[in-house]
Design a protein around this ligand. Sequence first.
Ligand SMILES: C[S@@+](CC[C@H](N)C(=O)[O-])C[C@H]1O[C@@H](n2cnc3c(N)ncnc32)[C@H](O)[C@@H]1O
Length: 293
Amino acid sequence: MEFVHNPVMPNEVLTYLVPKRENALMVDCTTGEGGHTKLFLEKYPALKVIGLDCDASIQEKAKTRLAPFGDRFEPKHVWFDEFWKNYSGPEVDIVLFDLGISVFHYEESKRGFSLRKSEELDMRLDENAGLSAWDVVNTYPEKELADIIFRYGEERYSRRIASAICNARQEKKIETTDRLADVIYRSVPQEYRHLRFHPATKTFQAIRIEVNGELDRIQRALEGAVKALRPGGRVGVITFHSLEDRPVKWFFREHKDELEIITRKPVVPTEEECKENAPSRSAKFRVAERRGV
Ligand SMILES: C[S@@+](CC[C@H](N)C(=O)[O-])C[C@H]1O[C@@H](n2cnc3c(N)ncnc32)[C@H](O)[C@@H]1O
C-alpha cells in the first residue's frame, strides 16, 4: 500500500510537542494516513497514541501502516468533537490537530474533493453522514448557497457563482465535479479565470466545509481537549487557511487562565519544506500548554 501524504512540519511538531513523562498518552485527532503518529511512536518507545479519524477508509491505511506498533496505537473512527464531548479517559499529555483533508482525499477517495477530476459530488469525510455536496449544490436556496460560498470560501463572486449554479441545475441537476467547476468558471469575469488558482477553488472549499461542518467542530473539540490535558501537557494545531486559524488563535487567547501560549506567532514551514511538500505551503502551527503543576 502506498502512502501519499507527507506529514506537515514534522520537525516543528516534534520539537514543540514533547512528552514529559514515560508512558505518556497522545491523542492524534486527525490521524489520516498516520504520518505524524508514526513519527511519535518511533521517537518515544513508551508513548501510546489514540488516533482519531472520521474517515473509515483512510483509517484503514493508518491501521496497516501502524500495525507494527501493536496496541500502542489505538484507532477510533469518530469525529474529533464527538470524541472529546464524551471523553472520560485518563489525562492526556499531547493533543495534535492537523486540520483539513489529506492528499488521499483529492487523489484516491473518488469522493469529488478535486475540481480537476470528473467524480460524483460527494465530499463527505464520513461516508455514513447525511449531507453530501450533491445536496448542497442541487437543493440549497440560492441565497443560502451564496452565503456559504462567501463565508466558507471568502469568494468575492459568491453571488454570481450561486446564481449560475441555480440556473444550471434548473436545466439539469449538477452530478459531477467537472460540470460544477465548469459552471463556476463560466460565471466569473474573464480576468478571474486565469489566476494562480482555478476560479472554483474557493467554492469547492466552501462546499466541503459546509458538508462536514468543519469549522464548528474545531472550537468544540478544543474545549474538550484542553479539559483533558494534564498540567504541562500541550495542544498543537496545524491549520491551512485563515478560517481555520482564526478560531484557534482566539480560543488560545480566550483560555489564557488555563493555557499558556507557547507560539506567540504561528510557526510556518521552512522554504525548503514548501518546495518539497507543496500542500504545506499555507500551513500554520500554534501550540499552547496547560497551566498548573
Ligand atoms: C491533513 S489530514 C492528517 C494527516 C496526518 N497528520 C498525517 O500525517 O498523515 C486530516 C485528517 O483528519 C481527518 N479529519 C478532518 N476533520 C476531522 C474531524 N472533525 N474529526 C475527525 N477527523 C477529521 C480527515 O479525514 C483526514 O484524514
